[in-house]
Design a protein around this ligand. Structure first.
Ligand SMILES: NC(=O)c1ccc[n+]([C@@H]2O[C@H](COP(=O)([O-])OP(=O)(O)OC[C@H]3O[C@@H](n4cnc5c(N)ncnc54)[C@H](OP(=O)(O)O)[C@@H]3O)[C@@H](O)[C@H]2O)c1
Length: 255
């Protein structure tokens, strides 16, 4: 049984990942809402921890790191979902917007990751490796005009992941980024439903229109993301690090 830290655990994608991993592994679930985390942990069964933490707050991250230390947690992997504002299409927001964004979406999650790496104890000679999967979005690989700030934050994460892959590889710690295209978590479905109603058409008709330029003609499902994450945490990735893997039905055309 491995121990994994999952951030964004109560979100659409995080919950699917938890449900996939929970039967075989011990999980530390992180998000801000303790009640939601407790409810999730209850439905997962088994011996999981629900530790509410705001990744935008330095003090909360320090407390989380201290808690991992005092409870002598040893981590085999981390699934890091840096919080992302869902849409900000202003390419030049004010410095305060950038400060807030970087704190919540980059500096805070990176501090939490640093604390998590300190709790890893891999030994490649013994076949024990530790895996970090950073959930990003396809604007890490291309410009999406309505994701102006996300383009920057996600590209920063791909750069950081590459740097960490080089720095931590010799210890047997792997760092890969999974960049998602449209994925039908509840909030994404709600937005799609809103657009369908505005256009006076069904959810399915709206989905068909929106995925017309996706080679597989569909958006991803959280459960599909969970299968890939499980693979990246497993022996499947024992010779893979520093990758930015696109999970977008073929939408991104670059190669
Ligand atoms: N769905 C998509 O189409 C899509 C596409 C590309 C990339 N992604 C990326 O995939 C990740 C997950 O997406 P999702 O659809 O599952 O989003 P979601 O349903 O909105 O879930 C977000 C999760 O992050 C937690 N969270 C938010 N702010 C936090 C903070 N400051 N500190 C700690 N936890 C925080 C939320 O719980 P609390 O509110 O209780 O804290 C929740 O568990 C995100 O990073 C997103 O950018 C998603």
């Amino acid at each position: 049984m491995a121990t994994y830290l999952i951030t964004g655990a109560t979100g659409g994608i995080g919950e699917a990942i938890c449900r996939r991993l929970a039967p075989l592994h011990s999980l530390i679930l992180v998000a801000r809402d303790q009640a939601k985390l407790d409810a999730l942990a209850l439905t997962l069964g088994g011996s999981h921890h629900a530790w509410a933490t705001d990744m935008g707050q330095d003090g909360a991250i320090d407390a989380f790191t201290a808690r991992m230390e005092s409870e002598q947690v040893t981590l085999d992997g981390v699934v890091l979902m840096p919080p992302q504002p869902h849409a900000d299409d202003n390419p030049m927001p004010t410095p305060d917007v950038w400060r807030h964004l970087f704190q919540v979406s980059f500096i805070g999650p990176l501090a939490l990751l640093k604390g998590a790496v300190a709790r890893m104890n891999p030994d490649p000679a013994e076949g024990r490796r530790a895996k970090i999967v950073i959930i990003s979005g396809i604007s890490s690989a291309q410009v999406l005009s309505h994701y102006a700030t996300a383009n920057v934050i996600r590209t920063a994460w791909v750069g950081e992941a590459k740097t960490l892959a080089f720095a931590l590889g010799s210890r047997g710690i792997h760092v890969n980024t999974l960049s998602l295209g449209g994925t039908l978590s509840p909030w994404y479905r709600d937005k799609l439903e809103e657009r369908a109603q505005k256009n006076g058409i069904s959810f399915q008709a709206q989905l068909t229109i929106e995925t017309d330029n996706v080679p597989l003609r569909k958006y991803g499902e959280p459960a599909e993301v969970a299968i890939v994450v499980e693979g990246l945490l497993s022996q499947f990735s024992d010779h893979m690090t520093g990758l930015n893997i696109l999970h977008d039905g073929g939408f991104t055309r670059a190669y």
